[in-house]
Design a protein around this ligand. Structure first.
Ligand SMILES: Nc1ncnc2c1ncn2[C@@H]1O[C@H](COP(=O)(O)OP(=O)(O)OP(=O)(O)O)[C@@H](O)[C@H]1O
Ligand SMILES: [Mg+2]
Length: 386
């Protein structure tokens, strides 16, 4: 809605060659509260005036000597490029009314004036005009906002690309020297260069473990960047599920031993086949199995169960540890999401494992989820296409 006060401030021009008509209209409009009224008795100057003042309304007499109202409207059309002429024509000739509307006038007023009718028509036309302007202004603002948003989005996208490039370059550069540091430390720890002094042994052991953690982190970051850039390759083919799971268990058993946790595998469908990238699936289970082990109580059991649900193969990894705290549930699959850092620090890890697992599983057409009852049972499950 346009406020009444706004309408009364609208710029109005009265054009008539008869002074009496000009005076009458002017008096009527001022009496109605309009404050920005001007007038002209010279049709030749109307276009110039409008160009300078952009009237919201021109009350235009049609019959004037030298240049009639129709010619004035032709000139106004060149100024109002969008074709909208803010013109109400004033005429005593019924035949001119239709013609004026055809040429582009918005409305007409008949002479002699019916004051109430004239006032109402002017008010209505101005209201429409101001609404139209307001909408145009909003459209313009919206368009500017959209352009700005698009600019910000493109800057953010470029920054994100630069960040990804930077991360993967740094990670690549780190991986080679780290691998050789780990190799050297492994040799020293294994006694390849002779017996170490007792005091050096735990130090070398710490250095060796940390070099392994760093390599895991660097590999996780590289994987994450590859996934985000859509550059991770997947070779999907049919696999027997049980041997894959067995292999994943074997690969993680030593880790589980550190936490005195046992893995148990059971399957309702020992012959189950899945369409996956075998290595990537192993990577996912390595994370689920290591998580289950490291968050289980000592002496705990981690059960890996396979079943068919709604035509998909579901592998569930169940532990009986402290479970997922409520505040982590919503974003556990996001990068770097970890429970309270004081407990997780002890357990190591970077919080990338589950986000990578989710991306991998989804790329293979599967899904991943969890259900957690603290200290009773926490289940992470993966559902795969057969
Ligand atoms: N079975 C589980 N029981 C309790 N908490 C879990 C379990 N699995 C995951 N979490 C919580 O989810 C967080 C994220 O797991 P995720 O595997 O992504 O990272 P991480 O194991 O800490 O590190 P990474 O896997 O990158 O080495 C963990 O730090 C832990 O807080
Ligand atoms: Mg993990």
């Amino acid at each position: 809605m346009i406020a009444a006060a706004e309408i009364l401030k609208a710029k109005v021009l009265i054009v008539d060659d008869q002074q009496a008509n000009v005076q009458l209209l002017e008096k009527m409009l001022r009496g109605a509260g309009y404050v920005s009224i001007s007038s002209s008795m010279n049709p030749f100057e109307v276009c110039g005036l409008h160009l300078n003042n952009h009237y919201e309304l021109i009350l235009l007499d049609l019959q004037m000597p030298g240049m009639d109202g129709f010619q004035v409207m032709e000139g106004l059309k060149e100024i109002e490029q969008d074709g909208y002429l803010p013109v109400i024509v004033i005429t005593a000739q019924p035949a001119y009314k239709l013609r004026a509307l055809e040429v582009g006038a918005i409305d007409f007023v008949s002479k002699p004036f019916d004051v109430l009718e004239v006032k109402t028509r002017i008010h209505n036309m101005l209201e429409v005009r101001l609404l139209y302007r307001e909408r145009k202004r909003q459209d313009q603002l919206l368009q500017e906002k959209n352009i700005e948003l698009e600019r910000i989005r493109s800057v953010a996208e470029k920054a994100n690309l630069a960040k990804s490039d930077f991360l993967s370059t740094v990670s690549h550069e780190l991986r080679t020297p780290l691998t050789s540091i780990r190799g050297a430390l492994a040799l020293i720890a294994g006694g390849a260069v002779g017996e170490l002094p007792e005091a050096a042994k735990p130090l070398i052991e710490i250095a060796h473990k940390n070099s392994e953690r760093l390599i895991l982190l660097v590999n996780d970051i590289l994987d994450m960047e590859k996934i985000e850039a859509g550059k991770m390759e997947f070779n999907v083919s049919p696999f027997k599920l049980m041997p894959l799971l067995q292999q994943a268990l074997d690969g993680n058993r030593a880790y589980a031993d550190l936490y005195k946790v046992n893995y148990e595998l059971e399957s309702e469908i020992p012959e189950a086949m899945v369409s996956v990238d075998g290595n990537r699936l192993m990577q996912v289970f390595a994370n689920l199995l290591s998580n289950a082990a490291k968050y289980s109580p000592a002496g705990g059991k981690v059960l890996i169960a396979v079943e068919r649900i709604n035509g998909r193969i579901r592998v569930a990894v169940k532990d009986s540890g402290a479970g997922i705290p409520d505040e982590l549930k919503d974003h556990i699959f996001q990068k770097f999401a970890q429970a309270d850092s004081s407990t997780t620090r002890n357990k190591g890890g970077t919080g990338l494992g589950l986000s990578i697992a989710k991306a991998i599983i989804e790329r293979m057409g599967g899904s991943i989820g969890f259900d957690s009852q603290p200290n009773v049972q926490t289940v992470f499950y993966v559902e795969l296409p057969e």
